[in-house]
Design a protein around this ligand. Structure first.
Ligand code: ATP
Ligand code: ZN
Length: 644
């Protein structure tokens, strides 16, 4: 049999062999270093027997799946410890959460385990990883079902696994068995440390109609150093989480009676949002957009005609009636495209009117599942920096370039770190999802790709990720929680104009269908501000900071008056300030201003008052500088004007 390795090389063997022996045949040191493997993309143990031509990936401690492998294993070990310590435990599933870098094991036991048992479980886990090793076996479904006769969870997993792979991987340790399609290491010496950390609950298969199982969380690694490093990563992620940052900056809030996922923009958040909005509007002015305002609801017919009704379904708020007794039905719009089509159609447009760039900072509502709601990152009420641009076919390329340029300038102003650009194309095999017109698709996809090549932009081609109406370019970023999300987007659409019979009159007086480009410069304010908070760790640049200058008077009444005078003087030029009049020590006030990440602090004493000056200190700096008040104001205004 031929075994193809990750580096492309091929090794030949004249008999079936297990992974361990193949590793040894490649290099003796590899036998010990291999913790698990992937055969034809499927995770297997080192005892797995390879019997036919296959691709093989060895999971050694250098492999990206190594940490995950140890954690799935530790999850099982924890399950074994529980099974030994308590009677009639039914193990359910081993889990690993990439964004939390932690493992989990779910199980059912009566009576339920309490927190006071965690130390015992930890002690038993410690013993197991020091002394024992796991056995793995592949089996037929029938055998697995017999083995797990009284554990419906394992029977379910066995069935699922058999459906995909035609056999079931069963791992056994001290007489306790589990089905796992996830990587598991047999030699427990690979795990130096496994920390049992938390006890929670989780519905079986995450379905609230199912039983609530208990769940133990933990972290495992090959060394204390690795575990510490992983914890540092987690700590950094948590400190960047916009929901945590919000606790000190007070930007948004939620109220369960208003409804989950419906954000309340607090005064600080409203300031940030308005500053960004002004900036985007300036950019739209520069790039010749026209702004419109349209209602947040539309008739059901509008969305049936646009196709969103069929494609969106449960993801939107369901229709409601107009007046009582009226049979007119409306929906809260999940997107604004049909409204902008209606704006376009208010007049007969000619080829000379195109491109026509209709922009709106538009409210829209989506009924996102409650489990997916994440602070401002995923909400149900949102405001999109939306635009629909109507172009002739010969204008697609130039317009796409210009939109990309605009988006890029905007993101650079905010210093947004992009993960990658995704060029989402159709899957030509998928005849159901995609509007069928190969010529149209080929041309549009080629046009987008050409622009990206012309601009020398790196991108990932994502086949099958296009919208049903056309290809798109998405700008992807990673959140603090390691979610991959879209911020900006440019989408071509040749379908909607046709559905609504949108036309322009060309040079020969003929009616033609324009192409529509949907674009979100920074996506929604909600998601964008979540991103901004995470990427800046809440240290917003001066021009966005809700409070730009904190003024701290010390000493006499006159100094307080002078502080108030400074506030008025700066306010005239729209600088946002606050005078700290609390009865607290100076050092406390300074620390507080630091915690609130206010860009400038002014300390005002006798000397400053006498000289018409201020002593300022910038956020994050120890240095204090005394300048004339006017000079300070000019400096601040200059920075704000330059979006610093
Ligand atoms: P996703 O895949 O994230 O659900 P989508 O592809 O449905 O988004 P679009 O319809 O392209 O999103 O929406 C445009 C932009 O709106 C997205 O790029 C994103 O910035 C933002 N957005 C979409 N859904 C939400 C939401 N629930 N909460 C906050 N912002 C959102
Ligand atoms: Zn749109």
């Amino acid at each position: 049999m031929k075994i193809k390795l990750l580096d492309g090389s091929i090794k030949e063997f004249d008999q079936a062999m297990n992974v361990k022996s193949i590793a040894e045949a490649i290099a003796i040191s590899l036998k010990k270093a291999t913790a698990a493997a992937k055969v034809n993309g499927r995770y297997v143990s080192v005892d797995y027997i390879v019997g036919k031509d296959s691709t093989l990936e060895l999971i050694t401690n250098k492999h990206e799946d190594f940490y995950k492998t140890l954690n799935y294993t530790a999850a099982f070990v924890t399950g074994v410890a529980i099974s030994e310590l308590f009677k009639d435990v039914k193990l359910a599933k081993v889990l690993y959460k990439e964004d939390e870098l932690e493992y989990g094991i779910t199980f059912e036991v009566e009576p339920r385990i309490g927190l006071e048992e965690m130390q015992n479980i930890q002690n038993r886990v410690n013993q197991i990883i020091k002394n024992d090793s796991i056995i793995s076996r592949e089996m037929e479904l029938k055998e697995a079902e017999e083995l797990f006769n009284d554990n419906e969870y394992q029977k379910h997993l066995a069935k699922e696994m058999f459906k995909t792979y035609g056999e079931v991987s069963v791992y056994t340790l001290n007489g306790v068995s589990i089905v796992s399609k996830h990587p598991i290491v047999l030699n427990l010496k690979n795990i130096k440390v496994a920390e049992v950390q938390q006890l929670t609950g989780e519905y079986w298969l995450n379905d609230s109609d199912n039983i609530m199982l208990q769940k133990i969380h933990g972290m495992a690694a090959e060394s204390i150093e690795t575990l510490t490093a992983k914890k540092d990563i987690l700590e950094d992620r948590r400190s960047r989480d916009h929901r945590i940052i919000n606790k000190t900056l007070k930007i948004f809030g939620f109220d369960h009676l208003v409804g989950p996922g419906l954000p309340l923009w607090m005064p600080n958040g409203t300031i940030i949002k308005e500053q960004i909005k002004n900036f985007i509007k300036e950019k739209e002015w520069e790039y010749d957009y026209i702004n419109v305002t349209t209602p947040v609801i539309g008739t059901v017919e509008l969305y049936k005609k646009s196709g969103h009704w069929d494609h969106y379904g449960e993801d939107m708020f369901q229709p409601f009636n107009g007046g009582s007794g009226s049979d007119e039905q409306f929906i809260l719009r999940p997107m604004n495209c049909p409204h902008h089509v209606a704006v376009y159609k208010q007049e007969q447009r000619s080829y000379r009117d195109l491109p026509l760039r209709i922009a709106e900072h538009a409210l829209q509502h989506r009924y996102e599942s409650s489990g997916s709601l994440t602070g401002l990152e995923r909400v149900r009420a949102m405001e999109l920096t939306d635009s629909h641009i109507f172009v002739r076919p010969d204008q697609v390329e130039a317009e796409f370039k210009s939109i990309y340029k605009m988006i890029n300038e905007v993101l650079q102003t905010f210093n947004i770190q992009i993960d990658y650009l995704s060029l989402s194309l159709r899957d030509p095999e998928d005849k159901v999802k995609y509007y069928q017109d190969d010529k149209m698709w080929d041309e549009a996809e080629a046009a987008l790709e050409k622009v990206l090549k012309d601009l020398k932009i790196d991108y990932k081609k994502c086949i099958g990720e296009a919208a049903f109406y056309g290809p798109k370019l998405d700008i992807q970023i990673k959140t603090a929680q390691n979610h991959e999300i879209t911020v900006s987007t440019i989408q071509l659409d040749f379908l909607l104009p046709k559905k609504f019979d949108v036309t322009y009159v060309d040079q020969n007086q003929e009616f033609k269908a324009p192409i529509m480009i949907h674009r979100g410069v920074i996506g929604t304010y909600e998601r964008f501000i979540a991103t901004l908070l995470e990427q800046t760790k809440g240290v917003l640049p001066l021009w966005l900071a809700p409070n730009q200058v904190e003024i701290i008077p010390v000493g006499s009444e006159e100094n307080i008056e002078y502080a108030q005078k400074i506030r008025k003087y700066l306010k005239k030029d729209f600088v946002r300030t606050h005078v700290d009049l609390r009865d607290e020590r100076l050092s406390y006030k300074i620390r507080d201003a630091q915690t609130s990440k206010i860009p400038y602090q002014l300390v005002i004493g006798d000397q400053e008052r006498k000289d018409d000056s201020v002593t300022y200190r910038q956020y994050g700096s120890e240095q204090q500088t005394t300048v004339k008040l006017e000079e300070f104001k000019n400096m601040i205004l200059d920075l704000i004007c330059n979006k610093k």
